[in-house]
Design a protein around this ligand. Structure first.
Ligand SMILES: Cc1cc2nc3c(=O)[nH]c(=O)nc-3n(C[C@H](O)[C@H](O)[C@H](O)COP(=O)(O)OP(=O)(O)OC[C@H]3O[C@@H](n4cnc5c(N)ncnc54)[C@H](O)[C@@H]3O)c2cc1C
Length: 337
């Protein structure tokens, strides 16, 4: 049987391990930091990712653990004249990162060998196929492809509150203005509905305490919903990440190595699609390997390389628009209501 080692047990690695047939492959999953992350911030899961999850029998479980969104409202302010655009969402779900990881983890067959360690040199891994599911700072990509992601100079500060936001329970809101963005919406937490929030601007990474102190002052002139959310936020449930973007690889397959998820296309979070693309990569690759054996990597490359890179480029554009001074003019062109 062909041997496959998956480096990284995040969204992409777990979804691949859950898709690969135990009858066809001997699979090892290496994760340096098992567990389901500290702060339960929410992921938006779009219909195309839900369709892929449906093929491995997990879409209904995701719906059971998530919250449905029916609309997203973006408001951009130009010199005191707010412009609002409403986007209708169809079958788009919010689920916390820990809940998604747990759901995928439970779907991984017992036949998958788990190793709890950090991979420093992928050349040492004994396997016919090595799948890089090790995220934006992928060691496999850095060692085998010889490149590193680009720091956009933008930070995402995000967190949760245990109380629900003062807004409709099926809505997300974003406010853009003055080179800053703030998003807020519901979040399905184990004890009920809470709040998911995020702030983004051109700024470096810093501690949650410093980032919150800065954000409370910087967003003081945003609508009340923003200041009440930031006032209630706690550094213990706040995370701060520099936003990284991958470069476009010529191929996502090199010899026995294959890139999936953020290792292939780390992207700005402005479209809320990174985890969705990671899920689809993993499920398409797993299905192709189940059907065609090792030759399946070519089918994966054909189906997924361009799709992932297109989303990465579109997300980069969305970030630049949201943080630009032209944001409200772009919303007008898109058709405000
Ligand atoms: C602010 C923000 C908001 C976002 N919102 C959304 C959203 O709403 N919807 C959405 O679809 N996406 C969203 N994303 C994107 C999403 O978080 C990522 O695209 C997704 O987590 C990628 O999954 P992955 O499995 O490829 O990588 P990761 O989640 O980074 O997982 C990689 C795993 O590999 C492990 N690992 C790394 N290196 C090694 C090593 N050398 N040895 C062993 N293990 C290793 C890590 O511990 C980790 O568990 C958001 C991202 C950010 C920053």
């Amino acid at each position: 049987m062909a041997t496959i080692t998956i480096v990284g047990g995040g969204v992409a690695g777990l979804a691949l391990a859950a898709t690969l047939s135990p009858e066809a492959h001997t699979v090892t999953l290496v994760e340096r930091n098992p567990g389901y992350s500290r702060v339960p911030t929410a992921f938006g899961i779009w219909p195309f990712a839900l369709d892929a999850l449906d093929r491995i029998g997990l879409a209904d479980e995701l719906r059971a653990d998530g919250l449905m969104l029916t609309n997203g409202v973006i408001t951009a302010d130009a010199a005191g004249h707010p412009v609002t655009m409403t986007r209708r969402e169809a079958d788009t779900w919010l689920i916390t990162r820990p809940a998604l990881l747990e759901l995928l983890d439970h779907a991984v067959p017992d036949s998958v060998a788990r190793e709890n360690r950090q991979v420093d040199d992928p050349a040492e891994l004994r396997a016919d196929l090595v799948i890089a599911a090790d995220g934006a700072r992928s060691v496999v990509r850095s060692r085998v492809w010889g490149d590193a992601p680009r720091d956009t100079g933008v930070v995402a500060i995000r967190g949760i509150l245990t109380t629900a936001p003062a807004m409709p329970p099926d809505q997300m809101r974003e406010f853009w203005g003055g080179g800053k963005l703030f998003g807020v919406g519901p979040n399905r937490l184990p004890d009920g509905v809470g709040t998911n929030w995020y702030a983004s601007t051109r700024r470096g990474e810093e501690s949650p305490t410093d980032a919150l102190r800065w954000a409370r002052a910087a967003y003081a002139d945003f609508p009340d919903l923003v200041s009440t959310t930031l006032d209630a936020a706690d550094p213990d449930t706040t995370v701060v990440n520099a936003i990284l973007e991958s470069r476009r690889p010529r191929s996502v397959v090199r010899g026995r190595y294959v890139l999936i998820g953020d290792a292939a296309h780390a992207m700005s979070p402005n479209l809320g699609r990174g985890a969705c693309e990671a899920l689809v990569d993993a499920i398409v690759l797993g299905e192709a390997l189940n059907e065609h054996g090792m030759a399946g990597v070519r089918e994966y490359e054909q189906k997924r390389r361009r799709a992932g890179q297109r989303t990465r480029a579109a997300a980069s554009m969305a970030r630049r628009v949201a943080l630009s001074r032209r944001a409200s003019r772009v919303l007008v062109r898109l058709g405000p209501n």
